[in-house]
Design a protein around this ligand. Sequence first.
Ligand code: NAP
Length: 333
Amino acid sequence: MTENRVIRLKARPVELPGPEHFEITAEPRPKPGPGEALIQIEAAALSPWQGQRLKDFRNYTKPFEIGEVIDGDTLGRVMQSNAPELPVGTMIAGRLGWREWAVTTPGTVEIVQEGQSAETTLVTLSSPGLTAYAGLNAAKRGMPGETLVVTSAAGGVGSHVVQLGLMAGMRVVGLAGGEAKRRIVEEKLGAHVAIDYRAADLEQQFAKAFPNGFDLFYDTVGGALADQIFEHTAKFATIVLVGRTAANNSSNPGADMANVRVPWGQNANIIGFNRYDRPLEWAEARTRMERLAADGKINSLVSWAEGFEAAPQALQDMLAGRNVGKTLVRFHS
Ligand SMILES: NC(=O)c1ccc[n+]([C@@H]2O[C@H](COP(=O)([O-])OP(=O)(O)OC[C@H]3O[C@@H](n4cnc5c(N)ncnc54)[C@H](OP(=O)(O)O)[C@@H]3O)[C@@H](O)[C@H]2O)c1
């Protein structure tokens, strides 16, 4: 068996992507050259940015080309090596994409401590957990007793924000889609208040959850929900804009948030957060989150999809909210 299956973009989705937008092809397994190692990829983490890059839409990332292998965070093991820094058997994490086998070089991947779980590696100590910490750090806000509102609170980033907010002594209000996720945010993560944002009485629930408005809003979705939350901005509140899942999933440019009237009137501090321009916050986040994970003080919520070919459907399920926490796909065990 010297085959290597890879998943390429076949056609651009207009709204949510599905298996029909991807093509699985079998290719020869790559051979490591001098200084390179051959990795068997065991698992991949799915992220909303992958859904965004399927579309012809630019922000700080560029769209995938038709025919391009889908990029993404992965965990794998060195199976053959011409690089002394990556001996056979080493576990690594890196952006190797949707392929079963890949060739890599030291310095472009991280060595993972033997025994560290896939969940800790791909979630808490990767983009979701580090974005949660670094985004809160960028807000420079979080006094005990202040009200923190978090969207996608049962998601990869949001679930860590809830836990970090509680550690800081904040009063945490987490929003999630549906009663099952709402209960996870309340019971598993321990948010003071958990709200199903699809509920008919959302406005009444907001008025009860933060009668004096929010002090810090960590937003991962944007769109109509963010607009509605903005109506509850307290004086001198802080808003960190981390993600735009609602707009990314939509073909309608008007799906982005539009309501700056109340934040402006309340002298809110609106902060854009893009991890690639935040190297200092990122480095600190890694150090602190490693400590919290080692001490067992922070946990990741994860949904597993099984099998390499499951990745396209799992991406759609994650973008549509039919998952809990971060979605990981097991390519091989
Ligand atoms: N700026 C950065 O540097 C940076 C870094 C990492 C991630 N991000 C962004 O952070 C966000 C969260 O990432 P993640 O990996 O943790 O994903 P995630 O929150 O685990 O998954 C996306 C979730 O968005 C929610 N959602 C989808 N459509 C929605 C809508 N119309 N209104 C409200 N909620 C909706 C769904 O949860 P419900 O079922 O609860 O609706 C879905 O599960 C993404 O937008 C991502 O791009 C930004």
